[in-house]
Design a protein around this ligand. Structure first.
Ligand SMILES: Cc1cc2nc3c(=O)[nH]c(=O)nc-3n(C[C@H](O)[C@H](O)[C@H](O)COP(=O)(O)OP(=O)(O)OC[C@H]3O[C@@H](n4cnc5c(N)ncnc54)[C@H](O)[C@@H]3O)c2cc1C
Length: 309
């Protein structure tokens, strides 16, 4: 891992830096590159614009590691309201939730119950909900939670991270459930015994895991694999793998983050791929934004430009 990436990921957990950044106008200007605004209405407007261009969306309210049940209940209620609004406005939009924002740190059972109610409401419109994967200390608990939810709801999908050494084994174990999986590279600071330190190893792991998902979809049907990545070379390579396995373009989905590789988002949609953009909103953007900077340290220049501009 590069020193800049390590520093940015370390900074993402620094409370003093967070207090400084959240109230600076330049930081708010820089964050705008990756989110349409802090409030839900900005996200809804952006989703309507993308929908008009044939691109679906996934909503996520920023925030993690909540410590009180009342706060986690408020997040659940917020998402229930979001699901109602998405249905009222007929938007092709889903939600993606972080378990630690719904209470995983203090009680797994009530965290499951909160996601349960979100899955039940989304199912009324035939929609899926996604469960994010946080740092590696949460993988066991998140996969347990997913299995528990999957017993009652077919419309819940979970994210897996290619940088973790354990993910190939996790995927093998999950496949009999015919799960909906969103495969990403992984965004957290992880020790080398848990995650591949070299990007090329993460990329190779991604390709191998994606090939397993594609092969499974071709043989057994089930949920379309979702590739959450902006790595166009990798997407092109997966297109060949999918075609060789006999899958057409709509059999896999590509998900990207709002504001990243927008021209490619359009191009993939024009080529006939199912394309979604994940839109984040909310005031708790600091940790999430630092992870976006760490993914591409050149983004720090945008922050510097925002200070000047
Ligand atoms: C829909 C979606 C959901 C996600 N959910 C999770 C999750 O639940 N858990 C988790 O750990 N991670 C999640 N991530 C983040 C993911 O793990 C990666 O950190 C992130 O996607 C960057 O990796 P990449 O696959 O785009 O490949 P990279 O090799 O990092 O990037 C490929 C290219 O994409 C562009 N790019 C990538 N990131 C940026 C950026 N921040 N700014 C500008 N350009 C960029 C650059 O041109 C880069 O060369 C999610 C990502 C997406 C797209």
């Amino acid at each position: 891992m590069s020193i800049t990436r390590s520093l940015l990921l370390w900074g993402s957990r620094n409370a003093w830096l967070e207090r400084q950044a959240r109230h600076r106008a330049f930081a708010q200007r820089a964050v705008r590159r990756f989110m349409p605004g802090e409030d839900l209405e900005a996200a809804l407007t952006a989703a309507a614009g993308l929908a008009a261009r044939g691109i679906g969306t996934v909503f996520t309210q920023l925030g993690e590691n909540l410590t009180a049940a009342a706060e986690a209940d408020a997040v659940r209620d917020h998402y229930l309201g979001v699901l109602t609004l998405l249905a009222q406005r007929d938007l092709p939009s889903l939600i993606s939730v972080k378990p630690t924002q719904l209470g995983l740190d203090f009680e797994a059972a009530t965290c499951v119950a909160r996601i349960d109610s979100l899955a039940a409401q989304a199912a009324r419109r035939g929609d899926r909900i996604w469960v994010d994967m946080e740092d590696s200390s949460y993988v066991d608990a998140t996969l347990d939670l997913f299995r528990e939810l999957r017993r009652r709801h077919e419309n819940v999908g979970v994210c897996l991270q290619a940088y973790l050494r354990r993910t190939a084994a996790d995927l093998e174990e999950l496949l009999p459930l015919k799960p909906a999986i969103r495969l990403v590279k992984g965004a957290y600071a992880e020790p080398p015994e848990r995650a591949f330190p070299a990007k090329r190893d993460t990329d190779a792991s991604y390709l191998a895991l994606a090939a397993t998902l594609i092969e499974h979809a071709a043989r057994h049907g089930g949920e379309p694999p979702v590739f959450g990545t902006h790595d166009i070379g990798l997407i092109r390579s997966l297109q060949h793998t999918a075609a060789a396995a006999g899958l057409d373009r709509t059999a896999c989905e590509v998900h990207m983050l709002y504001g990243i590789r927008t021209a490619e988002q359009e191009r993939l949609r024009r080529e006939g791929h199912a394309m979604r953009v994940l839109i984040s909103y909310g005031s708790a953007w600091f940790r999430w934004y630092m992870r976006r900077l760490a993914e591409r340290p050149a983004n720090v220049w945008f922050v510097i430009r925002s200070v000047v501009g």
